[in-house]
Design a protein around this ligand. Sequence first.
Ligand code: ZN
Length: 191
Amino acid sequence: MTVTTGPVMGEPLPIELANATYAIRGHPQDGLRTVEQLAFWLEQVRPRLPLPPSDADLRDIGPQDLVMARELRDAIRTLAAAAVERTPPPAAALDSLNRCVRTALSWRELRWDDGTSAEPRNDARPITATLSGIAELAVDLFAGPALADLRACHAPGCVLFFIKDHPRRAWCSPGCGNRARAARHYRRTKA
Ligand SMILES: [Zn+2]
C-alpha cells in the first residue's frame, strides 16, 4: 500500500504540517490518519527537522505520537486561519500549541573536541522532542516577521497555506494558479 500524506512543498515546517490537511478536487483529505502516515511525513521532512529522528525512532512511532501530531497540526491550521483573517484565535488552539511546546524541554550543551560545537539535548522521547521542536518553530513563525507573508491559497477547492516568498506569488503551487486561471476563464466565457 502506498502511503500518502499530502503535499510537501518546501514551506516552513509548521506550515508543511498544517498542509497535511489538503484537498483533492475540492474533497478534504486527512493526511495524518495513521502512524504510518506520520512516519512517512516525518521521513519526507527529516533533513529539515530541528531534531531529526532516526529510522528506529520512526519505526517506534505510537498512537500517542499520532494524537500529538494531529493536535499540533489542527492548532497550527486554526492559528493560521485566524492570522490570515486577522481575527483573534480560539484560546483552545493557542493552549494546544503551547502545551505541545512544553512536552519536551530542550537545550544545547557545549562540546569541545577538535573544535567547539553546540549539541542539541532534550529530555523527551525522540518523536515527542521532534514534534515539540516543530511547535516551537510555529511559535517563532506566528510571533515573527514571516506572519505578514502567511497566506491561505484561494484557488478553487484548495485548503493549503503558504508563505508568500515572492511579490507576485498568489497561489500555493503552479497547479493551483493554473486551476484558478481556468476557473476564471470558464466564468468569463459563460458570462
Ligand atoms: Zn492551492
